[in-house]
Design a protein around this ligand. Structure first.
Ligand code: FPP
Length: 240
């Protein structure tokens, strides 16, 4: 288990990675890796719930992922639809609030109803907030927020002096969420890949060697244990 004397991270974000390599190692098509990856999504939700994490954010589909072959994009959209349909009742019963964040007008028509439905029926959940980042890019998010701020300034609603960090945060997809305390990336890669560039400023990063489809709740706990061993200073020095 984790160290009960140390704080549990309030917000854990995960960059899902390694589905393609998992499939290749088995001589399977890439979409088989994504399908198997859905088990790990359930494991991460369980791991977070068991530890009392408040917010779990999964980077499931980036704006760059639209450039993957059409058959892979369709397979991912279909997994999103099936995940939303299949998990809706159980997640609602467990009090998990699901939100899908990103440039949602690009999401395939076929997945839209299921996404709207799971968001509606889990809206009142208060045990865990689960954010699925779909068609999401960190730079695009900052540009979008800046554009909105510029509009408000142009309309005389806000003065340039009032543009500060708090105002910026109000215009991000994550407006009402704390910044992630812990970022996990699977499959051993050490990159941010355009994920939550604003919000990760002081986040602790743990790289897990495990390929996403093999990621379990125990791996989640291991990452939290590593987080608990870190000394977070937020740019300051230790006083005690
Ligand atoms: C990264 O592995 C995985 C993705 C880009 C897609 C992840 C998506 C899912 C598990 C399905 C949809 C998710 C939800 C939550 C409904 P990769 O393909 O980049 O792997 P590789 O680097 O080994 O090729």
């Amino acid at each position: 288990m984790t160290d009960s004397a140390e704080p549990v991270p309030r917000h854990v974000a995960i960059i899902i990675d390694g589905n393609g390599r998992w499939a290749r190692k088995r001589g399977l098509p890439r979409h088989a890796g994504h399908r198997e990856g859905m088990k790990a999504v359930r494991e991460a939700v369980e791991g977070a719930s068991q530890l009392g994490v408040e917010v779990l954010t999964l980077f499931a589909f980036s704006t760059e992922n639209w450039q993957r072959p059409a058959v892979e994009v369709s397979a991912l959209m279909s997994l999103l639809k099936h995940y939303a349909e299949r998990e809706e009742r159980e997640l609602a019963a467990k009090g998990v609030q699901v939100r899908v964040l990103g440039e949602l007008d690009r999401i395939h028509e076929s997945a839209r109803d299921a996404v709207a439905s799971i968001q509606r029926s889990t809206a009142g959940g208060s045990s865990l907030r689960l954010n699925l980042m779909i068609s999401y890019g960190g730079r695009e998010e900052i540009v979008r927020a800046t554009r909105r701020l510029a509009q408000r300034v142009a309309e005389g609603e806000l003065s340039p002096d009032e543009v500060d960090e708090a105002e910026m945060e109000r215009h991000l997809f994550t407006a009402d969420l704390p910044d992630p305390d812990l970022l996990i990336r699977t499959s051993g890669e050490c990159r941010l890949s355009n994920f939550m560039l604003w919000q990760l400023a002081y986040t602790e990063i743990v790289i897990s060697p495990v390929l996403w489809p093999d990621f379990t709740r125990e791996n989640f706990q291991e990452a939290v244990r590593e987080f608990q061993r870190r000394d977070r200073r937020f740019g300051r020095v230790r006083t005690g």
